[in-house]
Design a binder for this molecule. Structure first.
Ligand code: NDP
Ligand code: MG
Length: 387
C-alpha cells in the first residue's frame, strides 16, 4: 500500500516519549520524516538526534545551550533556535503534517495552540495541556478541523476501542492504573518515602515528573481530566480502577452494557506508533503479550484516603473553570520541590489542596486567564513551602 512520508515535529525529542518516538521512526524510514526536533537541556542528545534524522529545524529552549548546538550542526542545513518562544513558531511550518507534543508540563500549551491554529494534527503525549485548558484546546481543534490523537496508553486504548463506534454513545470509560510503587501502602507508610523509592515504577520507565505523578496517583487524576476532554464526557462517566499488571490499558462501556478493552504489554512504543501512524496500523516487532505468562489479571479499587491527589483531581474537575489549571500548576511546583528534597511526599497533596482552596475561581477562563492562573498558583504554591 502506498503510504507517503508523514512529516513530524517532535517537541521534547530528548525525553522518554521523544526518544521512543524516534526509535519507531528509525524502524520505519519509508513512512516518517523528521522535520523538527526540540529539547531543553540535553544538547548532546539533541545534536546526535539531529545528525541522524536531519530535521530542517531544531530548538533548544535553554538559551545557554544554543551556541553549542548551533556550532555542532553548522555543517548541516539545519536552522537552530534557542528560546522557548521558538517552539510556538516552528510548529507552524508548512513542512509539518503532525506535531508530537512530548514536552512535559505547562510549557506544551502554547505550542499546541499554535500548531492547531496552523492546521496541524496533534499526537498528544503532553497531558498537562488538556488538563490546563481542555475546553479551549478541543474547541480550537474542532474549529480548525484537526485531529488530537492521544499517546497516553490509557487514552490510546479508549481511542482504539472507539474506532468504528463514532455514532454510539459511551456509557462510561474505565481508566486502568498500575497503582504505582506505593500500591497497598497506608498514609503512615508514606510519611518518609524517598524520591528514589518514588522514582521506581513497577511497570513503566518514564520521565521523572510523570513517575512521581504515578507514585502519588496524580497521574491518574490528570488522565481523568484528559479523558473528559478528549472523549467529550461528563466527569461521572470516567472511572478509575487499579490493575497492577498494566495489561488492560483501559476500557469503554457502551449503552448496551458491552465493554471493549485494548490490551498489550506495557510498552509506550505501541501507543506512540499508533498515534503517529494513525489511521494505519503498521507492523512492529515489539514483544507480544502471552496470556500464559499472566494467568492472573487483577483489579482493585483506588485508595483515595491514602492517595489524596486522585481525589483532588476529581474535585478540580467537578469545580471546573480554572481549577484544573490550579491543580496542574500546584502539582508541577510540588513535584519539582519533592524532586529537589524541599518537601516530603505527603506535603505535595497539602500544597495542591491549599492552592485549590485559595486561588480565585474563574468560571469561563480564556487563554490569558489560564496564563495568569498558572503564574499566580506557582507563586502561591512556593510561598506555602517557606511559611
Ligand atoms: P521527560 O522528562 O522524559 O522528557 C521531557 C522532554 O521535554 C525532554 O525532551 C525535555 O528536554 C523537554 N522539556 C522539559 N521541560 C521543558 C520546557 N520547559 N520547555 C521545553 N522543553 C522541555 O518526559 P516524558 O517523555 O516522560 O513525558 C513527556 C510528556 O508525555 C509528559 O506530559 C507526560 O505526562 C507524557 N506521558 C509520558 C509517558 C511516558 O511513558 N514517559 C506516558 C504517557 C504520557 P531535555 O531533556 O533536553 O531537558
Ligand atoms: Mg498513562
Amino acid at each position: 500500500m502506498n503510504f507517503p512520508h508523514k512529516r513530524l515535529a517532535i517537541l521534547g525529542s530528548t525525553g522518554s516519549i521523544g526518544t521512543q518516538a524516534l526509535d519507531v521512526i528509525a524502524a520505519n524510514p519509508d513512512k516518517f520524516l523528521v522535520e523538527v526536533l526540540t529539547a531543553r537541556h540535553n544538547a548532546d542528545l539533541l545534536i546526535a538526534q539531529s545528525r541522524r534524522f536531519r530535521p530542517r529545524q531544531v530548538v533548544v529552549t535553554n538559551p545557554e545551550n544554543f551556541d553549542r548546538v548551533k556550532s555542532a550542526l553548522q555543517d548541516l542545513d539545519i536552522q537552530v533556535f534557542g528560546s522557548e518562544a521558538a517552539l510556538a513558531e516552528v510548529v507552524q511550518s508548512d513542512a509539518i503534517d503532525l506535531v508530537l507534543t512530548a514536552v512535559v508540563g505547562y510549557c506544551g500549551l502554547l505550542p499546541t495552540i499554535k500548531a492547531i491554529e496552523a492546521g496541524k494534527d496533534i499526537a498528544l503525549a503532553n497531558k498537562e495541556t488538556l488538563v490546563v485548558a481542555g475546553e479551549l484546546i478541543m474547541n480550537l481543534a474542532q474549529k480548525h478541523q484537526v485531529k488530537i490523537i492521544p499517546v497516553d496508553s490509557e487514552h490510546s486504548a479508549i481511542f482504539q476501542c472507539l474506532v468504528g463506534e463514532e455514532k454510539n454513545p459511551i456509557e462510561k470509560i474505565i481508566l486502568t492504573a498500575s497503582g504505582g510503587p506505593f500500591r497497598g501502602k497506608q498514609l503512615a507508610d508514606l510519611q518518609q518515602v524517598s524520591k528514589e523509592q518514588a522514582l521506581k515504577h513497577p511497570n513503566w520507565s518514564m520521565g521523572a515528573k510523570i513517575t512521581i505523578d504515578s507514585a502519588s496517583l496524580m497521574n491518574k487524576g490528570l488522565e481523568v481530566i484528559e479523558a473528559k476532554w478528549l472523549f467529550g464526557l461528563r466527569a461521572e462517566q470516567v472511572e478509575v480502577i487499579v490493575h497492577p499488571q498494566s495489561i488492560i490499558h483501559s476500557l469503554v462501556q457502551f449503552e448496551d452494557g458491552s465493554m471493549k478493552a485494548q490490551m498489550g504489554l506495557p510498552d509506550m512504543k505501541l501507543p506512540i506508533q499508533y498515534a503517529i501512524a494513525y489511521p494505519q496500523r503498521i507492523h512492529s516487532d515489539f514483544p507480544r503479550f502471552d496470556f500464559m505468562k499472566y494467568p492472573n489479571l487483577t483489579f482493585e479499587k483506588p485508595d483515595l484516603q491514602t492517595f489524596r491527589n486522585l481525589g483532588l483531581a476529581f474535585e478540580a474537575l467537578a469545580r471546573g473553570g480554572n481549577m484544573p489549571c490550579v491543580l496542574n500548576a500546584a502539582n508541577e511546583i510540588a513535584v519539582d520541590y519533592f524532586l529537589h528534597d524541599k518537601v516530603k511526599f505527603l506535603q505535595m497533596s497539602d500544597i495542591i489542596a491549599n492552592c485549590l482552596a485559595k486561588m480565585p475561581y474563574i468560571a469561563n477562563p480564556n487563554y490569558e486567564d489560564y496564563v495568569q492562573t498558572d503564574e499566580e498558583t506557582r507563586v502561591l504554591a512556593k510561598s506555602m513551602v517557606y511559611q
